[in-house]
Ligand binder design. Structure first.
Ligand code: SF4
Length: 697
């Protein structure tokens, strides 16, 4: 490897939303060495197994080094001219909504900004959505309904300052390991600190829990509704805060009062223990993740949690607040630049005429859509129905990761024109593309990411781009120019894009939005290059201010909204044909569809093949012995998985990780089993409550 910087490079880990800082230096043997950055506020010198193994994932063997058109090597000029002309021709014939971009929370902020600008400002469609839709769209919807903006009020230090940390729908120990390590250390230092883990499964995270509540799948809103009722009945409401800063209190409490908490499947004693612990502890942080978000009632679950923090005024203060942790390294940056089909850049609203006009003017855009575009599941349905005729997929593998994955595969097989930009042509999705474009990856790219606590960090390149690979922002800008928008996409560097984005955020700030980093809009190239991690909003945080600490929210009235939440069951219902409830998730040592993490044999040793957790009583009844191969079927598809017989799951429930692709386990794709039911508000798929049958193979 040719190591570009002369000395150690400070960058960030490309995996999860914790956003750890890493130090990369060259090895004498020609490889690289990766260590934790002791000064990065996210990890303070810690790393997890995936971060520690990063040096083993720098590879060139199956890298895509040249553009390909219909499987044959092509020049950049020919490939991009074809992309531009096919998109232009499709738009001319069928209108701007006949094309789409499907992007990724792994893109850097600068890539994401250009993608969003090209689609929403110049192509004139809002059909750009992201795999972050599968990750945290319900949190975005919940935040916007309660606060008026997608504002995460917490920081990681809150987890250490809390006396009670409630981890709900989150296997933090495996999915956000460094945050878990920080809580373990804080608990050791503060014997008063308690942890509650709410999860249908007993996971590695449950090991530090003082109370594990094995809630019935989908029961979260009912549990937090009951907590709200107890807060009310036990006199724990912060009446002064609610009176001055909250709307909707009575309606929310009335709705919660009519909710039956027995649907949680928890004993009354456990529910009372949880409520008493929560109410009796002022400094409480409720951390939630995909177990809450990936649900057809995900937005309601989020608002049920936010209701409890608003009713008690426990928000925006040290050691207290609701805290959504994002799955991907730049899910938050994607939210900030408007990478979701229903958002504009800088937390401005697509459906707000004043916001739309401000962005249109700033971009000198010829056209702007007035309504939200298609969210992920609807986007691939539109591809299947022929309404979308050209799609560009960047840095993600939806043929493996989308629910009802076989239907997504069939949709792309029938699509007129599919473009994929990625590190390799060997993904299940890239194999279906007409044009495959070689993009740079971690270690080669340069830009910024934002982690779960709103901390913007630089991701720096330390290796040259391999072969003819180019940066995503550069590829998209080239296509934008070829489509006729020379000035708008005449970018020379990520620093230039970042400055433009920071200026736009100042306009958003003037329009009363929370996202304002305009203090960074005059960063020179050198200052951008040496930018230290910083939390936004830059000025308020620097002045010691905290979101919502002063009680001002980003709604027209300045008050937060509590919402009436009515319990809804998951949309799939177990039956005689499909008697098991299927939960899906991640393992500790792999990432998404394993494009990078599978390069490390050390990481693959932890759990080497796709598996299904099944309770011993179910396994015995079905004649399944440990390590047998089982056939799992659902109304959508079928998979073959290794049986892992364990009482970590309840009888009648099974769990399978989502990582394995056709490349690594031909019949182990788990999202083929998942129903494409979505939350009606957020559009997030219900990836944790499908129904399946299990039999010995
Ligand atoms: Fe990377 Fe997340 Fe592990 Fe940190 S916790 S090293 S960001 S995978």
């Amino acid at each position: 490897l040719q190591f570009a910087p002369a000395s150690t490079c400070k960058t960030t880990c490309p995996y999860c939303g914790v956003g750890c800082g890493v130090l990369v230096s060259p090895e004498k043997t020609g490889g690289i060495k990766v260590k934790a950055d002791p000064d990065h506020p996210a990890n303070l010198g810690r790393l997890c197994s995936k971060g520690t193994a990063l040096a083993e994932t720098i590879w060139l063997d199956d890298r895509l080094l040249h553009p390909q058109v219909n499987g044959a090597r092509a020049s950049w000029d020919d490939a991009l001219e074809l992309v531009a002309q096919r998109f232009k021709g499709t738009i001319a014939e069928h209108g701007p909504d006949s094309v789409a971009f499907y992007v990724s929370g792994q893109l850097l902020t600068e890539d994401y900004y250009v993608a969003n600008k090209l689609m929403k400002g110049f192509i004139g469609s809002a059909n750009i959505d992201t795999n972050s839709r599968l990750c945290m769209a319900s949190s975005v919807a919940g935040h916007k309904r309660a606060f008026g903006t997608d504002t995460v009020p917490g920081q990681y230090t809150d987890l250490e300052q809390a006396d009670l940390v409630v981890l709900t729908g989150s296997n933090l120990a495996w999915c956000h390991p460094v945050l878990y390590q920080r809580i373990v250390a804080a608990k050791k230092a503060n014997p008063k600190m308690k942890v509650v883990n709410i999860d249908p499964r007993r996971t590695a995270t449950s090991d530090i829990a003082d109370l594990h509540l094995a809630i019935a799948p989908g029961g979260d809103a009912a549990l937090f509704n009951r907590l709200l009722v107890e807060i009310h009945e036990q006199g724990a409401v912060d009446s002064s805060f609610v009176g001055q800063h909250v709307d909707g209190f009575d309606d929310a409490v009335n709705a919660a009062s009519s909710c039956d908490s027995t649907v949680t499947g928890l004993s009354e004693a456990d529910i009372r223990a949880f409520c008493n612990m929560w109410i009796g502890t002022e400094k409480v942080v409720t951390v939630y993740s995909q177990g809450v978000n990936q649900s057809s009632a995900g937005s309601d679950k989020v608002n049920a949690i936010l209701n409890c923090h608003l009713a008690t005024g426990r928000i925006g203060q040290p050691g207290m607040g609701p805290f959504s942790v994002t799955g991907q390294p730049n899910a938050m940056g994607g939210r900030e630049v408007g990478g979701l089909a229903n958002m504009l850049a800088c937390h401005l609203d697509l459906e707000n005429a004043e916001h739309r006009s401000a962005v249109k003017t700033f971009w000198a855009a010829p056209d702007m859509p007035e309504a939200a575009g298609l969210k992920a599941v609807d986007m691939f349905n539109a591809v299947a129905e022929g309404r979308i005729k050209a799609i560009w997929i960047m840095c993600t593998n939806p043929v493996v990761s989308m629910p009802d994955a076989d239907a997504v595969k069939a949709a792309l097989e029938g699509c007129d024109f599919v473009v994929v930009s990625d590190l390799t042509a060997d993904t299940d999705t890239a194999k279906l593309a007409h044009v495959v474009l070689p993009a740079t990856g971690w270690g080669e790219k340069d830009g910024t990411v934002t982690n779960s606590e709103r901390c913007i960090s630089r991701q720096r390149g330390f290796l040259p781009a391999p072969g003819e690979a180019r940066h995503d922002w550069d590829i998209m800008s080239d296509v934008g120019r070829r489509m006729g928008w020379h000035d708008a996409f005449d970018y020379q560097s990520p620093a230039e894009i970042f400055r433009e984005y920071a200026v736009l955020s100042g306009i958003a700030g003037q329009l009363g939005r929370d996202f304002d980093i305009s203090g960074l809009s005059d960063l020179g190239d050198d200052a951008y290059d040496s930018l230290e991690p910083l939390h936004w909003p830059v000025t308020a945080i620097r002045a010691g201010g905290r979101f919502f600490g002063d009680g001002r929210f980003f709604t027209p009235s300045g008050k937060a909204r509590m919402l009436p939440i009515h319990f809804r069951t998951p949309q799939s219902h177990p039956s005689a044909q499909y008697p098991f409830r299927l939960n899906t998730g991640r393992v500790r040592d792999h990432w998404h569809t394993m494009t990078r993490s599978a390069k490390s044999s050390r990481l693959s040793q932890h759990l080497a093949e796709p598996y299904l957790e099944i309770h011993p009583s179910d396994a015995t009844r079905l004649g399944i012995a440990p390590a047998d191969i089982v056939r799992v079927t659902s109304p959508q598809g079928a998979s073959l998985l290794r049986a892992l017989v364990t009482d970590r799951v309840h009888a009648g429930q099974v769990f399978a990780p989502m990582h394995w692709t056709a490349q690594y386990a031909s019949a182990g794709r788990v999202d083929t089993l998942v129903a494409a039911h979505t939350d009606p508000v957020s559009g997030q798929p219900e990836s944790k409550a499908s129904v399946v049958n299990v039999e010995k193979f």
